[in-house]
Design a protein around this ligand. Structure first.
Ligand SMILES: C[S@@+](CC[C@H](N)C(=O)[O-])C[C@H]1O[C@@H](n2cnc3c(N)ncnc32)[C@H](O)[C@@H]1O
Length: 282
């Protein structure tokens, strides 16, 4: 896992630095997967959502969905964003939970945390805290969070079971898991999977959709839903794959419809209250 963490830190540390520099001059992009027009990260948020966020937070958006749109956040709730990057989803959540609520971002890359904290300061958000740590070992107590969000991060982890168990642990009973992630649909040959994961940037691999659901249930979640919403086409990845020396025509039939961004929802069940000796012993 340490090797994967190191690779992720290097990749996202460099992107955070590039965003910090580019935002002061050109106002846009530079590094791959940095907003502009790539088919994974583009058009995820409405103008009304991003309108009053710091431009640097919007430029640093590296997600593959909008997890804050997956469920209605209530004033006073505590939200945790796993792999918060430049902080866009944390800042959006903070507005929805209001001054009596709290939005935590968790990230292990120092440069991303620095960027996120700058964005917090620019946004004037006082109900926000960015924590340093890994999503495999969340630095929060049991039963302390109402909603977990995450945007294109769990596919980067080499121990997804551990991430899901940790998410379950820190959620309060009846707490919600509402995540955006890249998934694979059905069987894909390993070399195709590898090429497409390079394109998507899934360092440790995207989960197949039924496997994702099975892992969530194994961690204890109920009401599990995996809903693909943006299905990628070979043309989306053509330029990247050709440049990487991949025979795109050979790959095409294996790729169409097999890779998608998905919304993943689940719930931590209520704990049963003990009503007497019979139900406790059953
Ligand atoms: C693809 S970016 C997504 C950032 C953000 N969620 C967004 O939508 O813009 C992935 C982020 O997750 C962080 N990350 C990846 N793996 C992590 C792990 N195992 N623990 C903590 N942070 C991680 C990276 O440092 C990076 O900031």
């Amino acid at each position: 896992m340490e090797d994967v963490h190191q690779a992720v830190r290097e990749k996202y540390g460099a992107i955070a630095e590039a965003v910090r520099k580019s935002s002061t001059n050109t106002g846009c992009c530079g590094p791959t997967a940095c907003g502009c027009s790539d088919p994974i990260t583009s058009d995820l948020y409405s103008d009304s959502e991003t309108g009053d966020l710091p431009v640097e937070a919007v430029l640093a958006s590296l997600g593959c969905g909008n997890p804050t749109a997956l469920l209605a956040l209530q004033p006073g709730q505590t939200v945790l964003d796993l792999g918060s990057g430049g902080g866009i989803d944390v800042l959006l959540s903070a507005k929805r939970v209001g001054p009596t609520g709290k939005a935590y971002g968790l990230d292990m890359t120092d440069e991303m945390l620095a960027l996120a904290r700058e964005n917090q300061r620019r946004a004037g958000a006082t109900n926000v805290e960015f924590l340093k740590g890994t999503i495999e070992s969340i630095p929060l107590p049991d039963n302390s969070v109402d909603v977990i969000i995450s945007n294109c991060v769990i596919n980067l982890s080499s121990d997804k079971d551990k991430v899901l168990r940790e998410a379950f642990r820190v959620l309060k009973p009846n707490g919600r898991f509402a995540v955006s992630d890249v998934i694979v649909r059905g069987e894909v040959p390993p070399d195709v999977l590898h090429s497409m994961e390079l394109w998507v940037g899934c360092i440790a691999g995207a989960l197949e959709e039924t496997v994702y659901a099975t892992k969530l249930r194994a961690a204890g979640f109920t009401d599990v839903e995996v809903e693909p919403w943006r299905i990628y086409k070979i043309d989306d990845a053509r330029a990247f794959l050709s440049e990487a020396g991949v025979d795109v025509e050979r790959l095409a039939p294996e790729v169409e419809g097999k890779f998608a961004s998905a919304f993943i929802r689940a719930r931590k069940p209520e704990t049963k209250s003990c009503c007497g000796p019979e139900c406790c012993s059953s």
